[in-house]
Design a protein around this ligand. Structure first.
Ligand SMILES: Nc1ncnc2c1ncn2[C@@H]1O[C@H](COP(=O)(O)OP(=O)(O)OP(=O)(O)O)[C@@H](O)[C@H]1O
Length: 271
């Protein structure tokens, strides 16, 4: 059963000449993990932001957990039905942004607790338990009293993921979740996401740059270029030498380990 349906979606930033996402159609089943790849500026973040309803779509339709988030009725701030939809969506979809906004003077515990806001306006014991579990799962228990602004880039990224998981969403949107993480923390983080997915039927849609990690985690790869989908399918179908050369302009070798592609950058011949 699909939890996300994206039909012919286009996104354009105010005043921008060209669309950031154009004619995007994709469907994601509940519990699937889909990785979005493609070169810088190809539209990965814009697509995630459209799915999270952070960015309005110019054309097309997006349905998340049976809510048409592009319907004009859900945009009416004064309508009680629209307010119900927004609340339902906030409980259903969590976005871990590429660059999280960190409020000044907020400690890690309170920042992760923000993830509970869509569920409980006044946090109770259950919310405290969820926050503690997320901090423990990401090995952040010792950081709980630290100001978020005092953390390293990688620590902040894990705190941002803890906040998104504390939201207990059905759909988790991750914008380059391991970009600031060392290889150990990257692996640990992706394993944790995968175990939450297996346990709770979480659906994951992630923008990724590391093509080997992309192949190791996830059921499907959606490759974009210039705002459009250029390929979608199993990692071994999408991540081929010729396509990576064509779309990224990169020289790579692709081997296989345990049935999944491994993408190795190579210096162009002659160097
Ligand atoms: N706020 C904005 N206003 C105008 N154009 C924008 C804005 N944000 C992004 N864009 C443009 O939209 C296009 C898609 O950008 P987007 O951030 O979605 O790409 P991306 O694939 O996530 O890139 P990266 O891998 O570098 O993070 C780019 O051409 C970018 O310049």
């Amino acid at each position: 059963m699909n939890i996300v349906d994206c039909e012919n979606v286009s996104v354009r930033y105010p005043g921008a000449g060209r669309t950031a996402v154009a004619g995007m159609t994709t469907h994601v089943q509940r519990g699937q993990w889909v990785n979005i790849v493609g070169p810088n500026g190809c539209g990965k973040t814009s697509l995630l932001h459209a799915l999270a309803r952070v960015l309005p779509v110019e054309a097309g339709r997006i349905t998340v957990a049976d809510i048409d988030i592009t319907a004009s009725s859900t945009r009416n701030l004064l309508s009680p039905a629209a307010a119900r939809h927004r609340r339902h969506l906030a409980c259903t979809v969590a976005l871990m942004p590429q660059t999280p906004t960190i409020p000044e003077g907020m400690d890690v515990y309170d920042y992760v607790l923000l993830g509970r806001h869509p569920h409980s306006r006044v946090p109770g014991k259950h919310d405290a338990r969820v926050v503690q579990r997320c901090l423990d799962e990401l090995n952040l228990h010792d950081y709980s009293g630290r100001f978020v602004s005092s953390l390293s880039g990688g620590e902040r990224q894990r705190v941002s993921l803890a906040r998104a998981l504390a939201q207990e969403p059905e759909v988790l949107l991750l914008d380059e979740p391991t970009s600031a993480l060392d290889i150990g923390h990257a692996q640990e983080t992706l394993e944790l996401i995968d175990s939450v997915r297996a346990r709770r039927g979480l659906t994951v849609i992630a923008a990724m740059h590391d093509l080997t990690l992309t192949a190791q985690y996830g059921d499907r790869v959606l490759m974009m270029a210039g705002g459009r989908k250029v390929a979608e399918g199993a990692a071994e179908e999408v991540l081929t030498v010729s396509r990576i050369r064509e779309i990224y302009g990169a020289s790579v070798a692709v081997t296989t380990h345990e049935g999944r592609p491994v993408v190795i950058p190579r210096r162009p011949s002659g160097n």
